[in-house]
Design a protein. Structure first.
Length: 551
């Protein structure tokens, strides 16, 4: 069997917001199973489900209370098995989220650690230290949490435990072999059930070096490089996965630099790692170029394919981001910080998101789409504060808006909320804006000019032309693209065994000529290309082969 994941398209499902089968306002596994045909019709190869495990849902389920069960709001293990069987029958592989850095404070192990004494084996499963200063009242380091505030919280008896994220998300102690054993059990539990792979949360931060002490800015110290024990953990994961047939795989969530990421996707470690640079890059040719280079660098250094992403559940929707014309920096940056007080220009954003879709689906390697990206949904920026759930919002005291705006339940059909997300009259856990009426799937299915139609075409084209999935990418300089004005045009050639293709993205205001060849994809209607490639548009042409040229 081939390594299917090397050039696969994955569709990220946020189960709470995909489809609500029982009308309680929250998406569930039965709702997802009933709507699988829509995902299959899109032409993707696999699903990635974000966490559906029992959880108090402080962090959207990334606070896992039990790694080998299903939260009752989503169903039960039997519902999971039905989903898995239905997905496989529809030709879709299923990958799930693994959260090894931290659990929920409701996890049995942490409940035990609270009850147990300092120095006990129960405490040794977490990162527990005595404090500094009189009575140990000062935290062991000055490190801050990714979600704002301190990263140390006290047990009732005065010891401190470390949490990279929320205080309800205690970090595991990966230096304790019991933790590695437990994760091996968890991996096997899901592999035995038949899952095809995992997305590994916060994959590069499992090990912390507290001996480094206080740091400027309170940044945590995460040991890097080939000698980090992290690699041994991924080698162990890999050995477990290789025990199973069917080419199981894992993709790493990481924001580390290319040289570090390349180490994590060596042949005996994990399979793929997201290039998240494209989720943050501004809409300019140099910024896109740099973001793509990062993914290619990992591929060059490791031999693993690049893994492309434009949207996920942690970041503002592309339509809004490109409409606001900003660059995002740092991790979990949910703000779009409009430069213009009028808010994002969604027409511009949609134009660019269409061009970005053409680019994304023409990059060699694996591709991830986030539910709703194929509908061109905007970020919902005006959610009332009292419905917001993201700890990023609450821990920042409301100064950072948080990530709820990209997690609003999907619009399926009907002209009023809940737009088919749940039964008529049910109230989705986050309110859907009226603009969703015009973006509902059923409408887009009938409109050849819709974002959905574009994604379907792009994925069909990607399947039909191996070069778009597996070609070798060569950048074209401005002068090699006919009429390409320096600076605004991003262009590259993909060379494959049978054909080559040229991808051109025009981020600037001037129309540029379309490269010669057979047009296979375009972000604008073909008629709009008569005078050349307009601003914020992208095309892919398959180049004439030398045989044809000689005829
Ligand atoms: C997930 C976030 C989550 C965080 C903490 C991230 O990588 O994508 O949604 O808040 O991990 O688990």
């Amino acid at each position: 069997m081939t390594e299917w994941w090397r050039d696969a398209v994955f569709y990220q499902v946020y189960p709470r917001s995909f489809a609500d089968g029982d009308g309680d306002g929250q998406g569930d596994l039965a709702g997802l199973t009933a709507r699988l045909d829509a995902i299959a019709a899109l032409g993707v190869d696999a699903l990635w489900l974000t966490p559906f495990y029992p959880s108090p849902m402080v962090d959207g389920g990334y606070d896992v209370a039990d790694y080998t069960d299903v939260d009752p709001r989503y169903g039960d293990l039997a519902a999971f098995d039905r989903l898995l069987a239905a997905a496989h029958a529809a030709g879709l592989r299923v990958t799930i989220d693994l959260v090894p850095n931290h659990c929920s404070s409701e996890h049995r192990w942490f409940r035990d650690a609270i009850e147990a004494a300092p120095g006990s084996p129960e405490r040794a499963r977490f990162l527990v230290r005595d404090g500094r200063g009189p009575g140990g009242a000062q935290p062991p380091t000055n490190w801050g949490s990714v979600f704002s505030g301190a990263s140390w919280t006290r047990f009732p008896d005065g010891q401190w435990y470390y949490h990279l994220f929320d205080p309800t998300q205690p970090d595991f102690n990966w230096a304790n072999p019991e933790v590695a054993e437990e994760f091996e059990r968890i991996l096997r539990f899901w592999l035995d059930r038949g899952v095809d792979g995992f997305r590994i949360d916060v994959s590069d931060a499992l090990i912390k070096d507290f001996d480094a002490g206080d740091t400027p800015g309170g940044h945590p110290v995460i040991p890097k490089g080939a000698s980090s024990p992290l690699h041994e953990h991924y080698r162990a994961f890999r050995r477990v996965m290789d025990d199973y047939d069917g080419d199981r795989m894992a993709v790493l969530e990481t924001g580390a630099p290319a040289e570090e990421v390349a180490l994590l996707v060596r042949p005996d470690e994990m399979h793929l790692a997201f290039d998240l640079a494209l989720t943050k890059a501004r809409w300019t040719a140099p910024a896109l170029h740099e973001a793509i280079e990062e993914g290619l660098a990992v591929a060059r250094l490791s031999g693993a394919p690049a893994t492309w992403v434009i949207e996920n559940h942690d970041l503002p929707r592309a339509v809004t981001r490109y409409g606001a014309d900003v660059e995002l920096s740092g991790e979990y940056v949910p703000e779009t910080e409009h430069e213009d007080a009028g808010g994002p220009d969604l027409e511009q954003g949609t134009r660019r998101a269409r061009a970005a879709a053409v680019l994304l689906c023409s990059l060699p390697g694996a591709v991830y789409l986030f539910q709703g990206q194929e509908l061109g949904l905007p970020e919902v920026e005006d959610l009332p504060d009292d419905v917001r759930e993201d700890p990023v919002f609450h821990r920042s005291g409301g100064t950072t808006r948080g990530r709820d705006g990209c997690r609003v339940p999907l619009p399926w059909e009907g002209s009023e909320a809940p737009y088919g997300f749940g039964p008529e009259g049910s109230a989705p856990w986050l309110p859907q804006p009226e603009v969703f009426a015009g973006l509902r799937r059923e409408l887009q299915e009938r409109d050849p000019g819709s974002m959905l139609a574009l994604y379907r075409e792009l994925l069909t084209t990607r399947k039909a032309h191996t070069v778009l999935r597996e070609g070798t990418l060569e950048w074209l300089a401005a002068h090699e693209v006919p009429g390409g004005s320096a600076g605004d045009v991003l262009a590259f050639r993909l060379r494959g065994a049978e054909e080559s293709a040229v991808v051109v993205v025009n981020t600037g205001p001037d129309v540029v000529p379309v490269a010669p060849g057979y047009l296979v994809s375009s972000s604008v209607p073909r008629a709009a290309l008569a005078g050349g490639l307009p601003r914020d548009a992208a095309v892919v042409v398959v180049e004439p082969t030398s045989d044809q040229e000689n005829q």
